[in-house]
Write a protein that binds this ligand. Structure first.
Ligand code: GRG
Length: 263
C-alpha cells in the first residue's frame, strides 16, 4: 500500500492529515478488523488481504475525531494529550483534513485489485452505511438533538460509536472469505463489542459526566454498577460468539480489552 498523505502537493496539507492519523490512537477498529479476518481466513498470515480495509476504518474514525473536535461540534482543544487539529493548524485546515481522511478511506478500498468486485462493493457499501446517515452521522445528529431515554441513548450509541466498530468486524470477515454463518457471528460479535465500548467509555468518563446538566450517559441513566454489569454481559456474549470461529483468541482478548481498558 502507498504511504498515506505523503505528497508534496497540495503544499502543507500532508502534515495536518498525518498529524491526525498518527497521533497515538488505540487502533481498536483496525485491530478488530484484522482479528476478524484472522479468525476465519484460510491463510491468516496473508495480511495484504485485510490491511487496506483496516486502514480505511481508521481513516474514517480519524476524520470523525477531527470533525468532532471542531468549534461547531464539541469544541475541544486537546485530544490524546495534544492540541486538536484546528488548534495545531487552523479550522479550515481541520475541516479539509477531515474531508480528505474520509474520502481517502473510500479511495483506499476502491483501488485494491485483490478483492472480487462483489467483495469490494460490499466493503465500500458497509463502510458508507456505518459512517453515514444510518450510522455514525445519524448517531451524532441524535446526540446534538438530545435524548432522554435509555432506548434512545442506546440507539444513538449503536450509531455514533457502535456502527463503525461493528463494521470493522464484518469487513474483516468479508476480507477473510467468511461463510454466511461466520459472517453473522462476527457481525453479532461486532454489535456486542460496539455497545460495550461505549458503556466502558461512559464508565471511564464517570467523573466528568457527573456534572449537573451534562448530556445523558449510561452511567447517569443506569448507575455505574449496572453499566459495568451490562458491559461485562456484552463482553461475555461477544466471547461466546467468537467461540464459533476457528481462531477466536484475539477476538476474545479484544472483547476483554474493550471492557476492561483504562484508556
Ligand atoms: C461532519 C462537521 C461534521 C462532524 C461530524 C463524524 C462526527 C462529526 C462525529 C462522530 C462522533 C464520534 C467522534 C464518535 C466516536 C466516539 C468515540 C468513542 C471516540 C473515541 O474512540 P477511541 O477511544 O479513540 O477508539 P482513539 O483515540 O483510541 O482512536
Amino acid at each position: 500500500m502507498d504511504p498515506l498523505f505523503n505528497d508534496a502537493w497540495p503544499s502543507g496539507f500532508a502534515a495536518p492529515a498525518r498529524y491526525a492519523l498518527f497521533g497515538g490512537g488505540k487502533r481498536v477498529r483496525p485491530a478488530l478488523c484484522v482479528a476478524a479476518y484472522q479468525a476465519v481466513a484460510p491463510d491468516p498470515q496473508a495480511l495484504g488481504q485485510v490491511l487496506p480495509a483496516a486502514a480505511a476504518l481508521e481513516l474514517v474514525h480519524t476524520y470523525s475525531l477531527v470533525h468532532d473536535d471542531l468549534p461547531a461540534m464539541d469544541d475541544d482543544d486537546e485530544r490524546r494529550g495534544r492540541p486538536t487539529v484546528h488548534i495545531a493548524y487552523d479550522e479550515p485546515t481541520a475541516i479539509l483534513a477531515g474531508d480528505a481522511l474520509l474520502t481517502e478511506a473510500f479511495r483506499v478500498l476502491a483501488v485494491q485489485e485483490h478483492w472480487s468486485s462483489a467483495s469490494k462493493a460490499a466493503l465500500i457499501g458497509r463502510l458508507a452505511t456505518a459512517a453515514g446517515y444510518h450510522g455514525m452521522i445519524g448517531g451524532q445528529v441524535a446526540d446534538i438533538n438530545g435524548v432522554q431515554t435509555l432506548e434512545d441513548l442506546t440507539r444513538l450509541h449503536r450509531g455514533k460509536t457502535g456502527a463503525l466498530i461493528q463494521a470493522s468486524c464484518w469487513m474483516g470477515a468479508v476480507c477473510g472469505g467468511a461463510d454466511a454463518i461466520h459472517l453473522a457471528a462476527l457481525d453479532a460479535y461486532g454489535a456486542a463489542v460496539g455497545l460495550a465500548f461505549q458503556l466502558a467509555d461512559d464508565l471511564l468518563d464517570e467523573e466528568e459526566d457527573a456534572e449537573e446538566g451534562g448530556p445523558p450517559s449510561f452511567v447517569k441513566l443506569l448507575g455505574a454498577e449496572e453499566t459495568r454489569r451490562r458491559a461485562v454481559e456484552l463482553c461475555d456474549e461477544a466471547i461466546g460468539l467468537a467461540q464459533q470461529l476457528e481462531r477466536p483468541d484475539t477476538l476474545t482478548a479484544l472483547a476483554q480489552f474493550i471492557v476492561e481498558r483504562k484508556i
